[in-house]
Ligand binder design. Structure first.
Ligand code: FAD
Ligand code: EPU
Length: 337
């Protein structure tokens, strides 16, 4: 474990913002992170726990220590008649975990194929896509408490998952380092193909009774078509969350904008923010080297050499415009650093 100075983060954030960390360390085992805690690392210095850097926007050089979680390993802890319990170390690539499960016929994560990032970050915003959320097949996780140095297990209930939310973004923000996550996977998979784009894709593939492997293939195919690959065009996926509004408010909004795209939710109506942004005229627009993706208006991109502040300025202009046109306040999904 080596503490490096003035370390470039350009390749470690999917927006490809060219910034440096004052200090940088890569963690390869739980013992290493525990040792850092014992040395007082999380008490005195400003620090950032980094996974794959695919949900972050750096707005300047990082004046502190970046701790890059790169611990690897997956193991089945136990199984019963219905489920396999798979424990995954924080640094595993998320999509490798999904691929591993699908290859073995364990169901539950296939709709979340090809989401960038590491397993340890996946519970933080309860990653979701194509009709599924991490919380659907989450069992528990193990954390290191940065304040006390104690290790502890947290249950599903303690994580308080909801749409793009968990306890780690609010009540317990910055308190814990997630060391591993345990998933509860179906031995007899039940495929979920309710999401319209997914069922359409499966139809185009001429698959009438899809397996989890078909679902994975379909999701990968949609994502490759719709979303920019960060290796070629810097981005962090959806920049904003889809706003959830009351049914009463939605009915009024729909009278004014009959074409509005939305999803029915238990507690209200979720509006497609990409539709709002496109309708307000932002799709494909640029502000300096930052821009709005031409196929998906919810995704802001770095056309090459953009600064984080440039991307943030564009995001702020979009937020103001959506408030002005629709009276809706967009919330940022990406973590601004
Ligand atoms: P990072 O960006 O490294 O970190 C995110 C946050 O978690 C930071 O606050 C960081 O400090 C904290 N953190 C990281 N690791 C730990 C740890 N071990 N312990 C404690 N805190 C930690 N998200 C979706 O939900 N659905 C999608 O469909 C989706 N599609 C995407 C498509 C693209 C092209 C891109 C670029 C992103 C997409 N995302 C999506 C967002 C992103 O992939 C997820 O949020 C992912 O979980 C982030 O993982 P990461 O390892 O890159 O996290
Ligand atoms: N739409 C537009 N214009 C656009 C973009 C979208 O009209 O520019 C419309 C689409 O036609 C569709 C609706 O909006 O009717 C929804 O679009 P899409 O299926 O692309 O999904 P999304 O709501 O834009 C969300 C997630 C994505 C996730 C997809 C698939 C959020 C904030 N984003 O996007 O997650 O992959 O659904 O489930 O919930 C992420 O979080 O980073 C992310 C990429």
């Amino acid at each position: 474990m080596q503490l490096l100075d003035n370390y470039s983060l350009e390749k470690l954030n999917s927006f490809k913002i060219d910034v440096k960390a004052r200090k940088f360390v890569t963690i390869k085992s739980n013992e290493e992170i525990i040792r850092l805690q014992e040395k007082g690392m999380f008490g005195k210095d400003r620090h950032l726990i980094l996974g794959g850097g695919s949900n972050l926007l750096f707005t300047s050089d990082y004046d502190g220590t970046v701790v890059h979680m790169d611990t690897r390993g997956m193991e089945v802890t136990h199984s019963d008649d219905d489920y396999v319990y798979l424990r995954v170390m924080a640094g595993e690539e998320w999509d490798d975990v999904v691929g591993y499960c699908v290859e073995r016929g364990w169901g539950g994560l296939e709709n979340l194929s090809l989401i960038p990032g590491r397993a340890g970050s996946s519970p933080i915003q309860n990653i979701g896509a194509y009709g599924a959320e991490l919380s659907d097949h989450f069992h528990s996780l193990e954390v290191l408490d940065k304040n006390t140095g104690k290790l502890r297990e947290m249950s599903h209930e303690e994580c308080s998952f909801s749409y793009r939310e968990s306890v780690f973004k609010h009540k317990e923000k910055d308190r814990y380092i997630i060391l591993s996550v345990t998933f509860r996977l179906d031995k007899v998979p039940r495929v979920c193909t309710d999401y319209l784009a997914l069922s359409d894709e499966l139809e185009d593939m001429c698959v009438s009774s899809p397996s989890i492997s078909d679902v994975r293939k379909a999701v990968i195919s949609i994502r490759r078509r719709k979303l920019p690959d960060p290796d070629f065009l810097g981005n962090a996926g959806s920049f904003f969350k889809n706003p959830v509004i009351s049914r009463k408010r939605f009915i009024k909004l729909r009278e004014e904008f009959p074409g509005i795209k939305f999803f029915e939710e238990a507690g209200g109506v979720k509006i497609a923010a990409g539709w709002l942004i496109e309708k307000a005229g932002w799709k494909g627009r640029r502000l300096g080297k930052a821009g709005v993706h031409r196929h998906q208006a919810l995704v802001l991109v770095n056309h090459g050499g953009a600064t984080g502040s440039e991307v943030l300025r564009l995001a702020e202009d979009i937020r103001a415009s959506i408030l002005d046109v629709f009276g809706i306040e967009l919330q940022t999904e990406v973590n601004i650093i």
